[in-house]
Design a protein around this ligand. Structure first.
Ligand SMILES: C[S@@+](CC[C@H](N)C(=O)[O-])C[C@H]1O[C@@H](n2cnc3c(N)ncnc32)[C@H](O)[C@@H]1O
Length: 205
């Protein structure tokens, strides 16, 4: 799986996650970001075009070298500076409370231990700072959930460890964030992959 995971998958993700119907979702999740923002699972930089001018810098955490290369053109033309600062959202090389906000899009499904990544985000985001998120996850309909459970082993193999059944609001609140605003609905596409949760959670400190 090494060659597939390192070279093919980042290109597939760039295509699949870069479809035009995602633009509205990405514009929504990035709205209101400001100051120093840490983004885990930065990927190929598909959020870059949506960063608002109120962001001073984005500190990107991304393990896949090919994804970072695919991001280079987007980063070069970005009005907001982007610095690649780390490889693993579960161990972020930043000081406690050093960020105003965090951004995660379609990453809490893939990070091996989402619990650890969320603990790191709580550590590096200052008290009162925000986690802004857009994720796919556990659907509300039993029939869709049955398909998610059936497909998950294959999905994990083919999509770099991506889970279909993570309960996004639950894992965010279990980590100690307080949900401020959440929107959940099916996006365009096959239902096991398209139950989207987006919103803002506050770090209570
Ligand atoms: C489905 S892609 C989403 C990429 C991007 N956030 C987007 O919205 O297009 C998941 C990303 O998480 C990254 N990833 C996997 N494990 C990670 C980890 N431990 N820490 C941070 N990012 C990770 C993958 O390399 C990939 O770029």
């Amino acid at each position: 799986m090494g060659f597939y995971r390192e070279h093919i998958l980042p290109r597939l993700v760039d295509r699949a996650c870069g479809i035009a119907s995602m633009d509205g979702w990405r514009a929504g999740v990035t709205a209101g970001l400001q100051g120093r923002v840490v983004e885990i699972g930065f990927g190929s930089g598909l959020n870059v075009a949506h960063y608002p001018a109120t962001v001073d810098v984005v500190l990107a955490v991304e393990p896949a070298a090919v994804a970072r290369r695919l991001a280079a053109r987007r980063v070069a033309s970005s009005l907001v500076p982007v610095e690649h600062i780390g490889l693993d959202g579960q161990a972020i090389p930043l000081e406690d409370g050093s960020c105003d906000a965090a951004l995660s899009t379609f990453t809490l499904c893939t990070v091996p231990e989402a619990r650890l990544a969320l603990a790191e985000l709580r550590r590096v985001v200052r008290p009162g700072g925000h986690l802004q998120f857009l994720e796919h996850g556990l659907a509300p309909d039993p029939k869709v959930v049955a398909w998610q459970r059936r497909l998950e082993p294959l999905q994990r193999r083919l999509a770099g460890g991506c889970h279909l059944t993570r309960d996004i609001p639950a894992i965010i609140t279990d980590a100690g964030f307080v949900l401020d605003h959440v929107e959940q609905r099916y996006a365009k596409g096959p239902r096991p992959w398209s139950w989207f949760t987006t919103g803002i959670a506050v770090n209570p400190g």
